[in-house]
Design a binder for this molecule. Structure first.
Ligand code: MTE
Length: 325
């Protein structure tokens, strides 16, 4: 059931989505066997996207691309959020079970002001801005999304990181009751990501709490997620419950699963192919719903650092980006 070539994916499942298949073939097979036994619906149509609450007092940011926006419908019905299943349609169909209030974010590690913070307390500290960013998935598709959020740096500074904080690690909620995908060993739950401190503090790095002027739909990572526009999408971890400031580089989910395929840095790089496909071009998601349509879809060149090189290339000066991928 879950092995059909996915509508809207020009690259066969065996090459792309899986991440799950190759990263953990045995775990994935166990998952699909369990799914078959448990009757998980693999290919129902995505449910209508949940309507969010309109966000007010949002300023426009100058960090914005003028490219044509991906439609709200595409951005909220073609998702990767393995906690709700591995098909692109699964998150829109199943993420309504995620409860986003109350929501606590634990802050710990190398900071002077650690603690447990309620999402609404955090929102009270921050002023919101809209930033339209390019978003490039490692699977070679891309979107243009108008995020609403605030610079991660503004949040992290409040916790007063110590000089010893060299990295920050993020963790998604672990709750198989709410997140049905976590009942199966698709990944080593909870989903974890991390950034070097200078990457986290870069003005482009955003915490999104909304998109298209509304609160984030659950399938896009409500109530708060990371958005790192110059890195492949899997760095942009959803539904964050923990931030841990560390001296050493944290382990991260995809890097743990397949270290040769998914690096810690994962900067968008057209000159470094993924071991199983080229990264030179990308397919802008634009409503195509059949395999045939996607085969003929426009491919556009992928830009180094997803087009944000001017702002971020300096973070990596002197590093061999073929080696530190
Ligand atoms: N975060 C969690 N917790 N779980 C996931 O499976 N998928 C990642 C990233 N963040 C993922 C996640 C991947 S592979 C991508 S491409 C983006 O979320 C997709 O974000 P979108 O669905 O909003 O486009």
């Amino acid at each position: 059931m879950a092995f059909r070539i996915r509508p809207g994916s020009e690259i066969p499942d065996s090459q792309v989505t899986p991440q799950a298949i190759y990263a953990g073939r045995r775990r994935f097979l166990r998952f699909t066997a369990a799914a078959a036994a448990g009757g998980i619906a693999g290919f129902g149509g995505a449910q209508a996207s949940q309507t969010g609450t309109k966000l007010s007092g949002v300023s426009k940011s100058s960090f914005t691309t003028e490219e044509e926006l991906t439609t709200f419908n595409d951005a909220t019905s073609y998702n990767n959020f393995y906690e709700f299943g591995t098909d692109k349609k699964d998150p829109a169909e199943h993420a309504h079970t995620l409860k986003t209030r109350p929501w606590t974010v634990v802050v710990e590690g190398q900071v002077d002001k650690p603690g447990r913070f309620d999402i609404d307390e955090i929102l009270g500290w921050m002023s919101l801005e809209e930033r339209t960013y390019r978003f490039r998935c490692v699977e070679a598709w891309s979107m243009i999304i108008p995020w609403v959020g605030f610079p991660l740096a503004d949040l992290l500074k409040r916790f007063e990181p110590r000089a010893s904080a060299k990295y920050v690690e993020f963790e998604t909620l672990l709750d198989p009751e709410q997140m049905r995908g976590q009942r199966y060993p698709i990944l080593d739950w909870p989903y974890r990501e991390g950034l070097r401190m200078d990457e986290a503090m870069n003005p482009l790095t955003l915490i999104a709490v909304g998109m298209y002027g509304e609160t984030l739909p659950n399938q896009n990572g409500a109530p708060l997620r990371l958005v790192v526009p110059w890195k492949y999408g899997f760095k942009s971890i959803k539904s964050i419950v923990r931030m841990n400031f560390r001296e050493s580089q944290p382990r991260t989910t995809w890097n743990d699963s397949a270290p040769r395929e998914y690096g810690f840095f994962s900067n968008v790089n057209p000159d470094r192919p993924h071991p199983r496909w080229s990264q030179a071009k990308e397919r802008r998601i634009a409503g195509e719903r059949s395999l045939l349509e996607s085969l003929f879809a426009n491919r556009i060149p992928t830009l180094p650092f997803n087009g944000y090189g001017e702002q971020v290339a300096g973070l990596y000066s002197g590093m061999d980006l073929q080696k530190f991928f």
